[in-house]
Design a protein around this ligand. Structure first.
Ligand SMILES: NC(=O)c1ccc[n+]([C@@H]2O[C@H](COP(=O)([O-])OP(=O)(O)OC[C@H]3O[C@@H](n4cnc5c(N)ncnc54)[C@H](O)[C@@H]3O)[C@@H](O)[C@H]2O)c1
Length: 278
């Protein structure tokens, strides 16, 4: 029986949301309608505040600090998921845009960290679980050289950023390059992982947003003139909203998406299509 005056829902499945930022919070809010939430972020205070907000709105949420680049912190996240009985949904949203770090940092957070979390949590996936990893439009419409692609096939390698930088050379090892390569490799990782997740009766997909109105998105507009050009080419002539991304995450997490695995869903208002010569 539920406790009077409490919105604790111990019988609900758990959704783990990595990021209490713009899209992370939008996803957590949406998933909190049918799931308990564990929300984790580098910024512990932000994660705890996010959980408090969700609880105040009638959800059942817990917040915790977790630096996804720190293996011990990722293991602590795994232990927290164990305590909560395994998970039904993993929404891995955390990531850095190119203006937020150097080549190594962007690679370490967007790829090595994201993969560390997914590997750590996989064995805690309950039957019917879904993992949704946020990639990007930036990962589309290009293919890295074979030698680079070969290295990207091993995102579990903690020394990957250094190996890639050495291969690319200083002039090429830019944060922009790290962003596109990290998201490209994350998409490829989800494809490769479909078989392993399938063995557990679980799914894994990536979701590639185009230009989305978030604080991080706004910052990139200020720092990157190229983004204004991309905006002008978006067929729908606007940015997407965090609510539109939350909608897609909710769908991918649900049983309505029960046969979708090992693929990427592009949610970009048609931009990738407009950028290719058809
Ligand atoms: N906004 C866009 O236009 C856009 C477009 C394509 C893809 N994306 C991707 O969507 C995701 C979310 O973007 P957003 O705009 O909501 O970003 P945001 O900056 O609002 O949130 C990102 C969150 O990640 C957290 N984070 C950073 N480093 C971390 C670490 N080491 N460990 C744990 N958490 C960490 C930050 O503290 C922050 O709360 C990112 O992966 C981003 O690359 C965004």
């Amino acid at each position: 029986m539920q406790k009077i005056g409490s919105s604790a829902r111990p019988e609900w499945p758990l959704a783990v949301v990595i990021s209490a930022g713009g899209m992370g919070m939008a996803a957590a809010r949406r998933l909190s309608q049918r799931h308990r939430i564990l929300i984790a972020d580098l910024d512990a205070a932000r994660a705890e505040q996010a959980a408090a907000t969700l609880c105040a709105e009638g959800g059942d949420a817990t917040g915790m600090g977790c630096d996804i680049t720190d293996l011990a912190a990722v293991q602590a996240l795994g232990a927290a998921v164990d305590m909560l009985g395994g998970f039904r949904v993993l929404a891995h949203v955390a990531g850095l845009s190119p203006s937020m770090g150097d080549f190594h940092t962007v690679m370490r957070v967007n790829l090595v960290g994201a993969v560390a979390v997914t590997e750590e949590l996989r064995r805690r996936a309950t039957t019917g679980a879904a993992a949704i990893l946020i990639a990007s439009l930036a990962a589309h419409n290009f293919r890295p050289p074979e030698a680079v692609e070969e290295l990207l096939r091993r995102p579990e390698d903690r020394a990957l950023p250094e190996k890639l930088a050495a291969l690319l050379g200083d002039a090429e090892a830019t944060p922009q390059r790290a962003y596109a390569l990290s998201k490209y490799a994350l998409m490829a990782y989800c494809r490769r992982q479909a078989r392993t997740w399938g063995e557990r009766g679980a799914r894994i997909v990536s979701l590639s947003p185009g230009l989305i109105a978030t604080p991080q998105g706004a910052r990139e507009f200020e720092k990157s003139p190229n983004k204004i050009k991309l905006f002008a080419q978006t067929p729908l002539r606007r940015e997407g909203t965090m609510l539109e991304i939350a909608d897609v995450i909710e769908f991918l997490a649900s049983d309505r998406a029960s046969f979708i695995s090992g693929t990427d869903l592009l949610v970009d208002g048609g931009l990738a299509a407009a950028l290719t010569d058809n």
